[in-house]
Design a protein around this ligand. Structure first.
Ligand SMILES: Nc1ncnc2c1ncn2[C@@H]1O[C@H](COP(=O)(O)OP(=O)(O)OP(=O)(O)O)[C@@H](O)[C@H]1O
Length: 782
C-alpha cells in the first residue's frame, strides 16, 4: 500500500507540474491580452478616420468602426475566458482531483485510469487527459456505480464497460493526505469527514462526494419539469447548484449563467450560496426572490405586504378575532380553485363587469368610465377580448388626436407658453430646429414659429394621457379585483366556486386592506395574474432554466405564473413539505398539483430520503417530530443526543443559554444559532442575550450570512445550517398548536452537530414520541 501511495504522490507531483506550467503560460498570455485590450480601448479612435463626406466614405467609416469594435470584443472575451481558466488552475493547484475510476471499456483490452477533478486538464502534448471534469460523461460512472458492470451516456450513444476500481483522494495544498479504495472501505469515510467539519460563511460545493440520487438531479436532461422532494438536509440546494454548474458545462455554447435563475427564499440565502459556482470556476446564475419580482411589478400601485410580515402575523396573532378568517383567506387565495375562478372570471368580463377609470386631461374628465364601458360592450363584440381592448385603445388614440387639435386654441396654451422656463424653451427650440433640418451649428438661426410651439406644448401635455391609453392603464384593475369580494353572487353563483367558511369576513378584510392601498401577500399573485389575463402576459424568453428552492413555500398560483413568465425555460423544483411553514401550504403534503403543470410526460419526480446535514442522533430525533418521518434515513455520523432542558422562567432560560453558548464556544463551535419562533420572540431573546460578544439579530432585511452567534426567527433560518442550534423556547406554550409542527421541525433540522432545546414550563407535545423513544435527553433545572 505504501508503494501505491508513493506512486500516487509522484503522479500528483507531475500533474502539479503541468498545472504550474499551464498557469505560467496563461498568466503571461492573460497579461498580454489585457494590455492589448487596454491599448485598443485607449487608441480606439486613432485607428479610425471618421469621414462622412460621401456615402462611400461614410460606409468605409462604418465598416472600420465595426471591425475595430469586433476586434475589441474578441479581445475582451478571450481575456475573460483566459482569466476564468486561470482562476480554475489556481484552485486546482490545491486540489487537482478527488477521485479515480479504473474503467475497462467494452471491446478494449486495457483499462484506463480516469482521474476526476473540478475541471479537465490535458498533458503537455494536448493529447491525453490527465484529469477529467466531474461533469464529463465518463465521470458519471464515478458517482453512479460500485465496481462491476457500468455504463455512461455520451452524445454519440451509450458506452458499456467494467468499473474495476474506484478511489477517493484527500489532497490538500497539493499534498496527498490519504486515499481510499471505496470498493474495500465500509461507509463513506470522506463524506464522514466533510460532514463532520465546521461550517464556513458560505455553502461549499459537494462535487467530491455527490451521491447517486443527487447525481440524477444534477444530470437530469429530459422533459420540462424536474420535481425533487427531499428530506431536510438531503442536499436539495447543493444538488441544485451543482446542477447549474453541470448545465453551464454541458451547454457551454448555448447557455450563459445569466440565462439561469435561482429563486431563493430570502436575500440572506443568496449570500449563503453565492460561493458554490465561483468555487467550481463558473459564474453565478441570477438569483431572485419571488417577492422581488412582485415588488418590481406591483409596487408602483400598491404597498405590498412582505411574505415575512404575513408569516409573522400567522405565528403571533392567533388571538386576533379576524385570525381564522385571514388564515382561511390565505389558503383559499393560494388554491387552484381560486386560480380557476380567476380564469373564469376573466371570461365573464367579456360580457360584463370590466371596469374603467375616468380618463382626465388637466384635471378635466375627457372620457368617463361609463363611456368607456359602453363603447367596449357595444363595439366589435364578435372579436376576441384582447382585440376589443386594442380596438378601444385605437379609438381612444384617435379621439386624442381630435382633442389635441381643439386644445391648441385653448387659452391655457398661451399661459403655458408665457410661463415656460428658459431651459424648456431652448429644448423645444432645439428639437424643432432639428426637425426642420437645421444642422447643429446652424440651429441658432432657426426661427421658431408660434404654431409649431403650440403644437409641441399640447403634445407634451398629452403625453401622459397617451401613455395611460397605450399601457391600458384606463382599466380599473383594482376595482375589477375588488368585485370578487364585493359582489355576493359572483363567486358562488356565477363562477360556481365553493368559498371557505367565513367568506363574508374574508371579503371585508380584503376590501378594507385594499382601501388602505395595501395588497396582502396572498392577494399579490392572484391580482397580478388577473391583470395579465386582461392586459396580456409579460414574458421573458431569454431564460432557459429556472430552479425554485424551498418550493413548498410557493402556491400553485405562483407556479402557473412562473411557467407563463418564462415560456422557454425548463423548471427544477426542490422542496420538502415537512418544512412548509406558510399558511397556504398547511394541509398540503406533496407536489401533486405540479405534475400537471407541464403534463406528466414532461415531468420527472425524484425523492431523496437520505439526510446528510445532521448527526444520526439529531436526525433520529427530528424525524420523530413529523408524520412518516421513519422514511428519512440518517447518514451514519455519530454525535450526542439532543438535549431538552426544562426551566421555570425566562430569567433561568437566559442564564442557561448564556452558559450553554460559552460552553459551545469553548468547544470550538463557530456557528451557533438561537432559533426563535417569530421575529417578535427573536427580538426579546436578542435583548436578553446581547451581552454575548458579537451576537447578531437576523431580520428579514438582513442580506449577508454571518458566522458566529446569531438570534434568528425560524422562517429566516430556512435553507441554512449551523454547527449548533439552540431552540429558544420549545414549550407547549410556544409550539402548542398543530399548525406549528412544521415550523418546529424546520428549526430543529438546521442543526449539524449539536441540538439543545429549552422549554419554559411544559415542553411541546411534538417531542413526546421522541421522549418516549429515549431519543432526547431530558433535564430539569430545578
Ligand atoms: N453529497 C454530499 N456530500 C457532501 N455534503 C453533502 C452532500 N449532500 C449534502 N451535503 C451537505 O448536507 C448539508 C445539507 O445540504 P443542503 O442544504 O443542500 O440540503 P437541503 O436538502 O437543501 O436542506 P433543507 O431542505 O433542510 O434546507 C450541507 O452541508 C451539504 O453540504
Amino acid at each position: 500500500m505504501k508503494a501505491v501511495f508513493l506512486d500516487e504522490q509522484q503522479r500528483l507531483n507531475s500533474v502539479l507540474n503541468v498545472i504550474n506550467d499551464q498557469t505560467f503560460q496563461l498568466e503571461s498570455e492573460t497579461l498580454k491580452l489585457r494590455n492589448e485590450v487596454v491599448n485598443t480601448r485607449k487608441h480606439f479612435w486613432d485607428e479610425i478616420k471618421v469621414n462622412t463626406d460621401s456615402f462611400d466614405d461614410f460606409l468605409e467609416t462604418v465598416i472600420n468602426l465595426r471591425q475595430e469594435a469586433q476586434a475589441l470584443a474578441v479581445g475582451e472575451s478571450t481575456h475573460h475566458y483566459a482569466s476564468k481558466r486561470l482562476a480554475v488552475l489556481h484552485r486546482m493547484k490545491s486540489v487537482p482531483y478527488f477521485g479515480r475510476i479504473d474503467f475497462l471499456e467494452e471491446g478494449f483490452s486495457e483499462q484506463e485510469k480516469i482521474y476526476i477533478g473540478i475541471s479537465s486538464l490535458m498533458d503537455a502534448s494536448g493529447e491525453d487527459f490527465l484529469i477529467y471534469d466531474w461533469r464529463a460523461p465518463i465521470s458519471s460512472v464515478y458517482y453512479d456505480y460500485e465496481p462491476g458492470p457500468a455504463q455512461y451516456t455520451t452524445p454519440g450513444g451509450k458506452v458499456y464497460g467494467d468499473l474495476k476500481e474506484k478511489w477517493q483522494y484527500v489532497i490538500r495544498d497539493g499534498k496527498l493526505q490519504s486515499m481510499f479504495d471505496t470498493s474495500l472501505t465500509i461507509g463513506d469515510e470522506i463524506l464522514q469527514k466533510v460532514l463532520g467539519k465546521g461550517v464556513d460563511k458560505y455553502m461549499q460545493s459537494i462535487v467530491a462526494t455527490i451521491q447517486k440520487d443527487q447525481n440524477r438531479i444534477i444530470r437530469h436532461d429530459q422533459g420540462r419539469m424536474l420535481i425533487v422532494h427531499g428530506a431536510a438536509g438531503s442536499g436539495k440546494t447543493s444538488a441544485a447548484l451543482q446542477r447549474i454548474a453541470f448545465l453551464l458545462y454541458k451547454y457551454r455554447d448555448r447557455i450563459k449563467a445569466d440565462q439561469i435563475i435561482l429563486f431563493s427564499p430570502n436575500a440572506m440565502f443568496n449570500s449563503y450560496v453565492s460561493n458554490v459556482l465561483p468555487e467550481l470556476g463558473e459564474e453565478n446564475m441570477q438569483q431572485v426572490t419571488f417577492q422581488e419580482y412582485l415588488d418590481h411589478r406591483l409596487s408602483k400601485d400598491f404597498h405590498l405586504e412582505n411574505p415575512y410580515h404575513q408569516l409573522e402575523y400567522v405565528l403571533t396573532a392567533a388571538n386576533n378575532p379576524s385570525y381564522s378568517a385571514r388564515i382561511k383567506g390565505i389558503q383559499f387565495k393560494a388554491s387552484v380553485k381560486f386560480f380557476e375562478a380567476i380564469k373564469l372570471y376573466r371570461e365573464t368580463l367579456e360580457k360584463s363587469g370590466l371596469l374603467f377609470k375616468d380618463v382626465k386631461f388637466r384635471g378635466k374628465m375627457i372620457f368617463s368610465s361609463q363611456q368607456l364601458s359602453e363603447t367596449f360592450y357595444r363595439e366589435h363584440i364578435s372579436l376576441s377580448f384582447q382585440s376589443r381592448l386594442e380596438k378601444l385603445k385605437d379609438w381612444l388614440m384617435n379621439k386624442i388626436k381630435e382633442i389635441e387639435k381643439v386644445e391648441r386654441s385653448q387659452p391655457w396654451v398661451e399661459e403655458e407658453i408665457e410661463l415656460l422656463s428658459d431651459e424648456t424653451y431652448h429644448k423645444i427650440h432645439k428639437y424643432l430646429a432639428k426637425k426642420n433640418g437645421f444642422e447643429r451649428e446652424e440651429q441658432a438661426d432657426y426661427e421658431m414659429d408660434q404654431d409649431a410651439l403650440i403644437q409641441v406644448i399640447v403634445r407634451l401635455k398629452l403625453k401622459a394621457v397617451r401613455k395611460q391609453i397605450q399601457t391600458l392603464d384606463f382599466i380599473d384593475l383594482e376595482g375589477i379585483y375588488k368585485q370578487l369580494f364585493t359582489d355576493p353572487l359572483l363567486m358562488q353563483q356565477q363562477l360556481k366556486v365553493e368559498v371557505p367558511d367565513e367568506w363574508q369576513a374574508i371579503c371585508e378584510d380584503t376590501l378594507q386592506i385594499l382601501e388602505s392601498g395595501t395588497l396582502y401577500y396572498e392577494d399579490a399573485t392572484p391580482f397580478l395574474f388577473l391583470q395579465e389575463l386582461i392586459q396580456g402576459f409579460q414574458t421573458n424568453r431569454s431564460i432557459k432554466h429556472i430552479l425554485i428552492d424551498e418550493a413548498q413555500d410557493y402556491s400553485p398560483f405562483q407556479f402557473e405564473f412562473l411557467k407563463r413568465l418564462f415560456p422557454s425555460a425548463k423548471m427544477t423544483v426542490l422542496g420538502d413539505f415537512n418544512q412548509a411553514i406558510f399558511a397556504h401550504a398547511s394541509g398540503v403534503g406533496d407536489f401533486q398539483t405540479l405534475n400537471h403543470l407541464y403534463g406528466e410526460e414532461q415531468t420527472e419526480v425524484i425523492n431523496m430520503t437520505r439526510s446528510y446535514r445532521s448527526t444520526k442522533p439529531i436526525i433520529e430525533f427530528t424525524r420523530n417530530l413529523i408524520a412518516n418521518g421513519e422514511k428519512i434515513i440518517p447518514f451514519d455520523r455519530a454525535g450526542e443526543l439532543p438535549v431538552l432542558t426544562e426551566v421555570e422562567n425566562h430569567t433561568d432560560l437566559h442564564q442557561c443559554i448564556l452558559s450553554k453558548i460559552s460552553e459551545l464556544q469553548s468547544k470550538g463551535y463557530g456557528s451557533i444559532a438561537v432559533i426563535c419562533k417569530s421575529a417578535e420572540e427573536s427580538k426579546a431573546a436578542f435583548e436578553a442575550l446581547n451581552k454575548i460578544d458579537g451576537i447578531k439579530l437576523i431580520k428579514s432585511g438582513t442580506v449577508e450570512f454571518e458566522k458566529g452567534v446569531i438570534v434568528i426567527p425560524s422562517y429566516l433560518a430556512k435553507g441554512i445550517e449551523f454547527e449548533a442550534v439552540i431552540i429558544y423556547d420549545a414549550s407547549e406554550n410556544v409550539y402548542g398548536d398543530e399548525s406549528l409542527r412544521r415550523v418546529f421541525y424546520t428549526a430543529c433540522t438546521r442543526a449539524m452537530h449539536v441540538l439543545q432545546l429549552y422549554s419554559v414550563g411544559r415542553p411541546s407535545s411534538f417531542m413526546q414520541k421522541a421522549l418516549d423513544g429515549n431519543l432526547l435527553q431530558h433535564e430539569l433545572t430545578s
